[in-house]
Design a protein around this ligand. Structure first.
Ligand code: BGC
Length: 773
């Protein structure tokens, strides 16, 4: 497949490469033994600085004189390879020696050619069918060595590897033999971009908390935490003995090791011993989503030590939230772990089954929470470049990115253009702008945003979007994916696709108008403002009854409509009452799916319905955030009902125990409960909107967030209805507190405040009383 480079994102061409993209002739194609390419070279006596610039088609790991280069995992990473291929740069001065040196580049299928997508229609060789490497070793006097057709190749001990499949490793084959040469591939070096975000790295290993043997004599290890990563173990035994490791997220009844929800992802490793004392192994070119491991040892061998090793692109935290409620604190931890496991090069839906794709809808609803918990700026910026690379000619944004279906639509036609999902191209840049003051990402994505909202306009009869119902048809939408209906004998109201799609039509068009104004594109700002008004009026005409009731009378419609000010003033009070009633009628149980859930509690808080927000958030029955925590979840579940109260596992065909989407509630914990928000007028926390909406039952609450300027800390305690709120702002951050209905008799540092107050850097104590309920 020949590459047609397209300029996407600033720094496409970063350096003049000498090396060529060389493919090992020992390679027998996808799903077969992995290959290496190697070269021996001479360096004269002097110790000198040396840098290695390296990339690959497929995944690589590099060794110089037998020592591994760097600690990054899954390099060069996952991008839309027909548009962009990342490269890494390493200082290898400490690995080069005078005289004869040897460099080896190990190659494996990775995301580049492993089968991707679910079920029997998985697509192999998505971006190409040959693995290849490219490298320049550069010293003070220029290039010392670079990849060309003089390099040799051979097979690795990795007998098979694949993202979903796992890895088979035969340690008896570790003595590498060069059996073949290499060939230069036609490759456009303009596709190479310096890796744009943090590398994937290991987090501290986790020891088993429990272990037992099953009826077949296999050993099960419970690591206590569901992760994205792999099992690392040391084994001792005879050559030829084998260790098989399987993975699962949950146990069925009687501790049954249940990974049916992995679907066609085999997700296992097999290691064959070389029989020379302690042998340590973990997979090189894949990872799994799991909490439990099942180990089968065949032959004379035994496990000496074993641990699970989480990996992530964003291991470090930039924020924390804790309260007086242990379940809520665990929910925040579960969100952190789901982010870690799904922020591995790409924001994926899940890390375990035959999916693990960069779903745009999930990423957009979770983006703000992601930025509260970690510094996600470069991670999302890289992702947005892949989203733009995958955008279709007609402006449709793909359902996930990097998108394996774009080049192979035969199996999965029309996987683009869903409202709520495609809107990621407008929403995520906006989140990066407000959180980091990143104006550049707005301008870099502006053209793609305009193409998207024009696409949505084109699938609608004007402002009202009427999506087709068949998946794959142009304009199909996921609506409010997984919106619960409660008891299906008497299902609760859910939103219809036209309403969900029109809501997002408004959200993105309105946001684009604001973005155009910030970027000084007055013409575009005016056009989009006009179009947003048109959609607003049409929405009211189409979906709001004279009684103020929204058409489908479901929680998602009210939450999104109120959050985005789509309810006309004359209907506000009545609609508010209808909103309240649908929640009371549902026994304060959640009635929202992927797009409604992040809006539900912020909308209730915005309307001053803190009592309802508290009841919905703190109820422990299904559907509910705390239900899954009470069932022992250590990550966020894909479905509210992923596990029944009796522990029965919901239908495994689409049931992940590690989907971060519903963890988007953490944005509400930071912005409403802890009361600190970024401001669109002074982004990047130059200004902090201070508007705490304390939930007394959560007292005491503490939160922090590390921003460019330093650490912001907010904490409050509630005694009776009296709240004492402490806020610390670093230099460069100014707080803006506007007392509202929930801040009775407010004072700051002992001084009563009536009007809006500006809070200078430093520590402030606000005291106010909550209204009597
Ligand atoms: C994915 C979700 C995604 C949804 C949309 C699911 O299979 O796991 O993350 O948002 O499909 O349809």
């Amino acid at each position: 497949m020949n590459f047609q480079p397209k300029a996407v994102g600033g720094d496409l061409v970063s350096r003049a490469w000498s090396g060529d993209m060389i493919a090992p002739l020992s390679d027998r194609g996808q799903g077969t033994a992995a290959s290496f390419v190697a070269k021996t070279f001479i360096c004269d006596g002097t110790k000198m600085p040396a840098e290695l610039f390296i990339s690959a088609l497929g995944l690589y790991r590099c060794f110089i004189n037998g020592k591994r280069v760097g600690e990054d995992l899954l390099t060069p990473g996952w991008t839309s390879y027909d548009h962009r291929v990342a490269y890494q740069r390493y200082d290898v001065s400490h690995l080069i020696k005078s005289g004869q040196n040897r460099i080896e580049i190990w190659l494996a299928d990775g995301w580049y050619r492993s089968p991707l997508m679910w079920g029997q229609k998985a697509i192999p060789n998505c971006w190409g069918d040959r693995t290849a490497a490219m490298a320049d070793l550069v010293g003070p006097n220029g290039v010392i060595l670079s990849t060309d057709a003089s390099w040799q190749s051979g097979l690795l001990p990795i007998r098979k590897s694949g993202i979903y499949f796992g890895e088979i490793y035969d340690a008896r084959e570790e003595r590498l033999v060069e059996t073949h040469g290499t060939v230069t591939l036609p490759f456009d070096k303009a596709l190479l971009v310096a890796h744009e975000t943090a590398p994937v790295r290991e987090l501290p290993a986790i020891a088993p908390i429990d272990t037992w043997t099953d009826a077949e004599g296999r050993t099960i290890y419970d690591f206590g935490q569901n992760i994205g990563g792999y099992v690392l173990y040391t084994v001792r035994g005879a050559a030829g003995a084998e260790v098989r490791v399987e993975h699962s997220e949950v146990l069925g009844p009687d501790r049954y090791f249940d990974n049916r929800n992995y679907r066609t992802a085999q997700a296992h490793t097999i290691y064959t011993l070389r029989g020379t004392g302690d042998e340590t192994y973990s997979p090189h070119f894949t990872f799994f989503g799991f909490r439990y491991a099942r180990v089968t040892v065949t032959g004379n061998a035994h496990i000496v030590t074993i641990s699970s090793v989480p990996i992530s692109s964003l291991p470090n935290l930039a924020g924390s939230f804790s309260s007086g409620n242990a379940l809520v604190n665990r929910l925040v931890q579960n969100t952190i772990w789901s982010q870690r496991a799904n922020f591995i090069e790409v924001p994926t839906d899940c890390p375990q089954r035959d999916e693990r794709l960069g779903w745009t809808g999930d990423a957009q609803v979770f983006a703000a929470t992601a930025c509260w918990l970690t510094d996600s700026r470069t991670f999302f910026r890289k992702y947005l470049r892949d989203v733009m690379a995958d955008q279709r000619e007609d402006g449709a944004v793909s359902h996930f990115s990097p998108d394996p279906t774009r080049l192979h639509p035969e199996n999965f036609p029309g996987f683009a253009g869903s409202t709520g999902w495609g809107d990621a191209i407008v929403v995520i840049p906006w989140v990066l702008y407000t959180h980091y003051g990143d104006r550049a990402v707005l301008s870099e994505c502006l053209n793609a945003m305009v193409r998207w909202v024009n696409f949505v306009w084109s699938i609608s009869d004007g402002p009202i979007v009427r999506p087709p119902s068949r998946w794959g048809d142009r304009g199909f939408t996921f609506g409010d994916w997984l919106q619960p209906v409660g008891d299906n004998r008497k299902p609760r109201p859910t939103i219809a696709d036209d309403c969900a799609a029109t809501l997002y039509h408004f959200i993105s068009t309105d946001l684009l108008a604001k973005i155009a104004a910030i970027l000084g594109d007055e013409v575009l700002a005016e056009r989009m403002t006009g179009r947003a008004e048109e959609i607003r009026h049409a929405f009211a005409r189409e979906f709001i009854a004279p009684s103020g009731r929204i058409a489908h009378n479901d929680q998602t419609s009210y939450a999104l409509a109120f959050l985005h000010d789509l309810i006309p003033a004359e209907h506000h009070a009545a609609a508010r009452q209808h909103f309240r009633q649908v929640i009371v009628d549902a026994d304060y149980k959640i009635g929202t799916g992927f797009i409604g859930t992040p809006a539900l509690l912020p909308a209730l808080t915005k309307l001053g319905m803190d009592d309802i927000a508290e009841k919905v958030f703190l109820q422990e029955e299904v559907p509910g955030w705390l239900y899954q925590v009470s069932k022992g979840a250590t990550t966020i579940w894909e479905r509210w009902d992923s596990m029944a109260p009796d522990g029965t596992i919901y239908e495994p065909d689409m049931n992940s125990y590690n989907h971060y989407a519903y963890g988007a509630v953490c944005q509400w914990l930071f912005e409403n409960v802890a009361g600190i928000s970024p401001s669109a007028t002074a982004p990047g926390f130059a200004e902090v909107i201070v508007d705490p909406a304390p939930i007394a039952a959560l007292s005491p609450v503490t939160a922090h967030h590390d921003v460019r300027q330093g650490r912001i800390e907010a904490a409050w305690e509630c005694r009776g209805n009296r709240v004492t709120y402490r806020l610390t702002l670093p230099e460069g951050c100014v707080g803006r507190f506007r007392p509202g209905l929930r801040h009775q008799n407010p004072s700051i540092n002992g001084e009563p405040v009536a009007e809006e107050a500006i809070l200078r850097p430093g520590t402030h104590q606000l005291v106010f009383s909550l209204p009597q309920s």
